[in-house]
Design a protein around this ligand. Structure first.
Ligand code: Z5A
Length: 217
């Protein structure tokens, strides 16, 4: 499995000698504060002179925008079709946006990546998380983030933050969102070197400071 192609060297050399991450994914339940944190980190990185690409899934490309509309605002989609559409969006996004950005040396800050599929389609929809992961690994030719920031939000707090507009996934019941949350935490526990887990209920600036420290800013 490949990381961003600009390895942090975390596996062999230990945390104190790691390279700064260049492909950073933000994950968490809806309303976790991903968009807020991505913007705060972008500002710090730009101030430090780095080229930063902000992107998201689904919808980080023109094709992805169409897939996003179907997935979030269309009629019922069968669970396996839903999983395949998220994977199709991801395959095209990685091939046309993420890899080119990483190859020219940019830092990519991405709102949701394959862990969203593993948590939402694998655990939330109760498809097999291992199969969903395999699908995304195939779609991306096994590109993993250097760092995944997991903003851990309870379904109750997420619901309180997201307001009145509900997309197709947000409309799911709290037990769906509870399964998603538990699976995210399990993914982080399985690979602690690649995750920063932060309580999404903390003040935004406090979360931003923790993220900046992890990114070595
Ligand atoms: N999905 C999937 O099922 N499978 C997949 O593979 C992928 C996605 C890639 C995409 O929704 C949906 O697709 C998502 C998962 C599914 N659905 N659900 N549920 P989206 O991209 O439209 O939205 P989202 O990713 O769920 O994010 P969001 O709802 O827009 O929230 P956010 O970006 O995490 O949070 P925010 O916009 O930064 O903050 C939300 C509000 O909270 C806002 O008013 C902020 O001012 C406030 N906020 C933020 N941080 C704080 C703190 N720390 N304290 C207090 N208030 C805060």
């Amino acid at each position: 499995m490949t990381r961003s192609g600009c390895s942090r060297g975390a596996e062999l050399s230990g945390a104190s000698h790691r390279l700064a991450p260049v492909f950073i994914a933000f994950e968490g339940g809806d309303g976790a504060g991903k968009t807020t944190q991505i913007q705060l980190l972008r500002d710090r990185l730009v101030a430090a002179g780095r080229e930063v690409v902000l992107t998201r899934e689904p919808g980080g490309t023109p094709l992805g925008q169409q897939i996003r509309e179907v997935l979030l605002h269309g009629d019922h989609v069968a669970p396996r079709a839903e999983a395949l559409l998220f994977a199709a969006d991801r395959a095209h996004h990685v091939a046309t946006v993420v890899r080119p950005a990483l190859e020219r040396g940019a830092t990519v800050l991405q709102d949701r990546y394959m862990d969203s599929s593993i948590a939402y389609q694998g655990a939330g929809r109760e498809l097999d998380p291992a199969e969903i992961k395999g699908l995304s690994l195939w779609a991306t030719e096994e590109l993993l983030p250097d760092l995944t920031v997991l903003l851990d939000v309870t379904p109750e707090l997420g619901r309180a933050r997201r307001g009145e507009v509900h997309d197709r996934l947000e409309q799911e019941a709290d037990d769906f969102h509870a399964r998603v949350r538990e699976h995210y935490l399990a993914l982080a526990a399985d690979d602690p070197g690649r995750y920063l887990v932060v309580d999404a209920g903390l003040p935004a600036q406090e979360i931003a400071a923790r993220v900046a420290k992890e990114v070595q800013l």
